[in-house]
Ligand binder design. Structure first.
Ligand SMILES: [Zn+2]
Length: 238
């Protein structure tokens, strides 16, 4: 085995020892059941690991990740994860988590060809197309990228709300809340985009409100940038 892989296994042993030392019986306790409260739907990017960012141990968060945190209505993989998490594990919160500086969103924004993944990123290009006029009016690609990362979260959270899995859960009165968050690679912080939906009747209003909030922030930032030199921050802080 290559030295580096041996090193990974050694790191794993150290980690398991340290967890067990802090919480004796932790791993055997997890054998009985998993009862996570959260389903995290995030980007596959190595810099955005769900458990570490949330400060949670194994057993606390059910995770689905793909390039650019996309939720497609016909993606049996994502749908299966959602169905199991909601129907069997009874998670209370489904959180779509995008991140600034996303390579997939960048490729979609700039129309950059990468390979097979271009077909997957068509879904993000659809988000770009839906908001194209507004995005084009923003100043600079960095600002547009940050804005599209946020818009992609809102659209994918909207897609989560539209799945039969979530619709059926709400119809039978199950307590499931859908959220849209975005993560900053530059500061390690999560921000709530306030796309928070608890039942079918809230979907349109929550989406419209969150979208309006994104637009307000970037419009204000662009207006300010027109008066003064561009700030060093890649996106308007909330
Ligand atoms: Zn990404």
């Amino acid at each position: 085995m290559p030295h580096r892989l041996r090193d990974l296994l050694a790191r794993n042993r150290d980690w398991a020892r340290s967890v067990e030392a802090r919480r004796p019986g932790f791993f055997t306790g997890l054998l009985a059941q998993q009862a996570p409260q959260y389903l995290w739907i995030g980007c596959a990017d190595s810099r955005v690991p769900a458990n570490e960012i949330l400060g949670l141990l194994p057993g606390d968060v059910f995770v689905h990740r793909n390039v650019a945190n996309v939720v497609v209505h016909s993606d049996l993989n994502a749908l299966s994860v959602m169905q199991y998490a909601i129907d069997e594990l009874h998670v209370r919160h489904v959180i779509v988590v995008g991140h600034y500086g996303c390579g997939g969103v960048t490729a979609a924004l700039l129309g950059r060809r990468v390979g097979l993944v271009d077909n997957w990123l068509r879904h993000v290009q659809d988000v770009r197309s839906k908001h194209r006029a507004w995005l084009d009016a923003l100043r600079g690609d960095e600002t547009r990228l940050a804005a599209l990362c946020e818009l992609n979260v809102l659209e994918q959270a909207l897609n989560v709300c539209g799945t039969t899995v979530v619709q059926d859960a709400w119809a039978r009165g199950q307590d499931v809340v859908v959220h849209g968050w975005v993560y900053g690679l530059h500061d390690g912080l999560l921000q709530d985009l306030e796309m928070t939906v608890q039942h079918t009747g809230q979907v349109d209003e929550a989406y419209a409100r969150a979208l309006a909030a994104v637009r307000r922030r970037y419009d204000a930032s662009s207006a300010a940038a027109a008066l003064v030199p561009p700030p060093t921050a890649p996106h308007p802080r909330r």
